[in-house]
Design a protein around this ligand. Structure first.
Ligand code: NIG
Ligand code: FE
Length: 428
């Protein structure tokens, strides 16, 4: 008999991708679906995933263990959000209103707003305030089903202010169940005071920031916003190669607002991911597939920027590229922490299937963070990161859009969130 600390049984459905990761082509859309399902957890790990009747034969609850009847609910792996800009101060609501009146994101940025306005607010913020903001956002992620997120600096743009953001991430990750994968994004844009000496800013990123971030073990990845108005291909390559020398794995914002060869660069340097890709070229798609670079698609940002341009999601899938989905949570282009609306947009605006979107938001996202052996699917031996959703099957996650279906979240085998009782009454 297997000895469990936690047993969830009689789920109406369990839906999960299964490894090996990443899932590409047709396998992106194939989920393992188990009706009347159970999962058993010992410590932080899943020890059983299967039909409830098999669990009854194979699993025994330890003394003091917890048995939950989840009949009528659907079990899914926790979402893995592989692209967020979590630690920042201030709001860009006023810019949002300007955009509603017809100004573009790039016009606002060129006039000193955009990323630079968040940089100003973030530099001025005290550490406890930045930490409090990040914790509130992590709470909302968890409430919407995210159990692991990548999180970038990039609103400091000076050695001290970048270190401040990364240290805040380190601190909040110690006291919050959502697991954080930190990324250094000192090359988000050239800060306003360095605009006349941009080569010197790139030099500082390469020679001072990257070594220090690496020495203090504050990040796992190095990212660059490779875009007109931000960093050129040559600058991006220089920065990402420097990151590699210091043990920071590359990922990048590529081909978001214009076609700039970002995807090709990602393939050339062996990046873990190229993100956005609204303007990816055909050659970029082929090289990403050959090099195993994950395409992190971000339908929330295109939607929120009212852009008519969409990444060629179907072409990426059919071209054999590993596709993942992210919020890109940030104050300018996608101010939501919630993954379910991103899945809805992926299905309705990028033509992903529901099962494809679920794999992209779990196992493939985990793969892009180098963690697909541990998280991203409900498989025996993996970490127990589980969503219990108050829906009869996984189709309802996308069909019943705009509603939070999360009832319970298990993170590393522990109950991390339970919806307040007053909201648990079922409405007809
Ligand atoms: O991913 N593109 C660059 N960075 C963010 C936007 C950040 C901001 O506007 O503050 C993005 O869309
Ligand atoms: Fe981003």
């Amino acid at each position: 008999m297997l000895e469990a600390d936690l047993l969830l049984e009689h789920a109406a459905e369990l839906a999960t991708p299964v490894g090996p990761a990443p899932r590409t082509g047709k396998s992106l859309g194939s989920l393992r679906i188990i009706p009347d399902a159970a999962v058993a957890v010992a410590g932080e790990s899943l020890i059983f995933v299967g039909p409830t009747r098999d669990a009854q034969a194979k699993v025994r609850l330890r003394g003091g263990g917890l048995r939950l009847d989840v009949s009528g609910k659907t079990l899914l792996p926790g979402f893995v959000d592989p692209h967020t800009h979590l630690p920042f101060a201030g709001s860009r609501a006023a810019e949002f209103r300007m955009r509603l009146e017809g100004r573009t994101y790039e016009e606002i940025a060129a006039a000193g707003g955009g990323i630079l306005s968040t940089v100003q607010a973030t530099r001025a913020a005290a550490v406890p305030d930045l930490a409090a903001g990040a914790l509130g956002r992590l709470d909302r992620m968890l409430e919407w089903g995210t159990t692991t997120c990548e999180a970038k600096s990039g609103y400091g743009l000076s050695l001290e202010a970048e270190l401040k953001q990364l240290r805040v991430l380190e601190e909040v990750s110690r006291c919050h169940p959502v697991e954080i994968v930190p990324t250094f994004l000192g090359a988000h844009t050239v800060p306003v005071e360095r605009r006349s000496q941009r080569e010197d800013y790139v030099r500082e990123v390469v020679e001072e920031m990257i070594p220090r971030v690496s020495e203090e073990r504050l990040a796992e990845f190095c990212d660059v916003f490779c875009e007109r108005g931000a960093f050129t291909l040559a600058e991006s390559e220089k920065i990402l190669e420097a990151g590699k020398r210091f043990g920071l794995k590359p990922r990048l914002h590529a081909d978001q607002l214009s076609s700039g060869g970002g995807a090709e660069l990602a393939a050339r340097i062996g990046a873990a991911s190229a993100d956005h890709l609204e303007f990816v070229s055909e050659a970029g798609i082929e090289r990403m597939a050959a090099a195993g670079v994950t395409a992190v698609l971000i339908p929330g940002a295109g939607f929120f920027l009212m852009s008519p341009h969409r990444p060629p999601a179907r072409r990426l899938v059919e071209g054999g590229v590993s596709v993942a989905l992210a919020t890109d949570f940030n104050p300018g282009t996608c101010p939501t922490e919630a993954m379910p609306p991103i899945l809805v947009l992926a299905c309705l605006t990028l033509s992903l299937g529901i099962e494809e979107a679920i794999t992209a938001a779990t196992l493939n996202a985990a793969h892009s963070l180098g963690r697909s052996a541990v998280i991203g699917s409900l498989e025996e031996g993996k970490q127990a990161d589980i969503q219990v959703l108050d829906i009869p099957d996984h189709t309802h996650l996308v069909y019943r859009f705009g509603v939070n279906h999360v009832e319970t979240i298990v993170k590393k085998g522990a109950l991390a969130y339970h919806r307040p009782a007053s909201r648990m009454r079922r409405s007809p």
